[in-house]
Design a binder for this molecule. Structure first.
Ligand code: HEM
Ligand code: FES
Length: 352
């Protein structure tokens, strides 16, 4: 069992992540202000704040949306995913500065409440081109706010993974809303096509990465074995590297078969934290360690070591000669199942 087991706590890696993020945000804003003042020395402070924060929030939003598919395509991007929630919360704060300054700048001088003015100053609700584009920004900001305040694991546990995940999938709704906000804003106010071109590149990147990653995932599942309620031959012992897993899809469920200490154990591939792919993690200190944020599970019973309580389903595995056989019927989460022992005379070869 891991003595160094940690949940998602504040650690050195997180501090580094946050420092790099803060450094990037400050450098972006400084560079944006310098370039804007060179190109347009007349720009006011308010315009500089509104535009530097809006474009930075938009850039961070694109990075956040690309991280998921990028990690599915290449594990090199996993460190970016590790602290993605801090990226999301920072993006919300930066977007909120833009929203608040826009409301002060464009809506605070009238005789109606500035927030109401966002909805009432432009009433072209029946025209697409003239539609009050700020409402889309407002709507997206409300979603980012809800995501930011529920981003901590406290809310994940209290709302339950299903509700939490559904809420956080609303990021795609917010993204669509931001696309409309910027598109209509540019059409109504801008003469330069630069932002539209950058937005198109960003949208194309997000869509392409999602399509490629989902195609890759579907291809993996196409290797699915016939539906069965009995032990099914899935691979050879030598297909699994020491302290790593092979993921197989049996009866529509992904199962991760881990090889460690001349043994094999099979658990559900889905991490209890945020559905991370356990089979892409490795065994560290005797525990299956999720590649996303480091939640750990004991391979023989799928339970997190004390004092943690997460549990995943377990499966029976057996080894016949060099062949690995798995029974696709899951045991209740956290059920202890005896590992299958690898016959080292036959199967001494360890793949790396
Ligand atoms: C209460 C919420 C919001 C309001 C009232 C609002 C308002 C505005 C206004 C008035 C503009 C035109 C600014 C100008 O012409 O100088 C604008 C542009 C823009 N907004 Fe928002 N916005 C909000 C939220 C957001 C959010 C959350 C994002 C991104 C995550 C965003 C991204 C942008 C971008 C990229 C532009 C175009 C660049 C610019 O002109 O600043 N907005 N918004
Ligand atoms: S640790 Fe976060 S998804 Fe597994």
């Amino acid at each position: 069992m891991s003595a160094s087991y940690q949940s998602v706590l504040w650690n050195r890696q997180k501090k580094m992540y946050d420092m790099i993020l803060a450094g990037f945000a400050v450098s972006y804003i400084v560079l944006f202000v310098i370039i804007t003042l060179i190109v347009n020395p007349e720009a006011t402070q308010e315009t500089l704040i509104i535009r530097s924060t809006s474009t930075l929030a938009l850039l961070l939003l694109h990075i956040i949306l690309c991280i998921g598919p990028l990690t599915r395509l290449n594990p090199v991007f996993l460190p970016l995913l590790y602290n993605r929630r801090h990226l999301g919360v920072s993006m919300f704060f930066i977007g909120a500065i833009h929203g608040i300054f826009s409301i002060i700048q464009f809506h605070s001088l009238g005789n109606i409440n500035p927030i109401l003015s966002v909805f009432l100053s432009n009433t072209h609700y029946t025209s697409f081109i003239k539609f009050p584009f700020e409402i889309f920004g407002f709507f997206a900001l409300v979603i980012f706010f809800l995501m930011a305040i529920t981003s901590h694991d406290f809310w994940l546990h209290n709302l339950g993974p299903k509700v939490w995940k559904t809420l956080h999938m609303c990021v795609y709704l917010a993204y669509t809303s931001i696309i409309l906000h910027v598109l209509l804003g540019v059409i109504q106010y801008e003469t330069s096509p630069v932002l539209i071109v950058l937005l198109a590149i960003g949208l194309a990147s997000v869509v392409t990465l999602h399509l490629v990653a989902s195609h890759r995932e579907r291809t993996k599942d196409r290797e699915e074995f016939p539906v069965s309620e009995a032990f099914t031959k899935v691979c050879s012992v030598n297909d699994i590297a020491e302290n790593r897993a092979k993921v197989v899809a049996l009866n529509g469920e992904r199962i991760a078969i881990f090889r460690y200490d001349k043994k094999l154990s099979a658990v559900s591939n889905v991490c209890k934290h945020q559905n991370g792919p356990l089979g892409e993690g490795k065994i560290i200190d005797g525990c299956i360690t999720c590649p996303w944020h480091g939640y750990q599970y004991l391979p023989h019973n799928g339970s997190s070591p004390p004092p943690f309580h997460e549990k995943v389903a377990t499966y029976d595995v057996k080894v016949i000669g060099q062949e690995v056989w798995v029974n696709p019927l899951p045991y209740a989460e956290g059920t202890e199942r005896p590992p299958a022992y690898i016959n080292t005379k036959d199967n001494g070869k360890v793949v790396s």
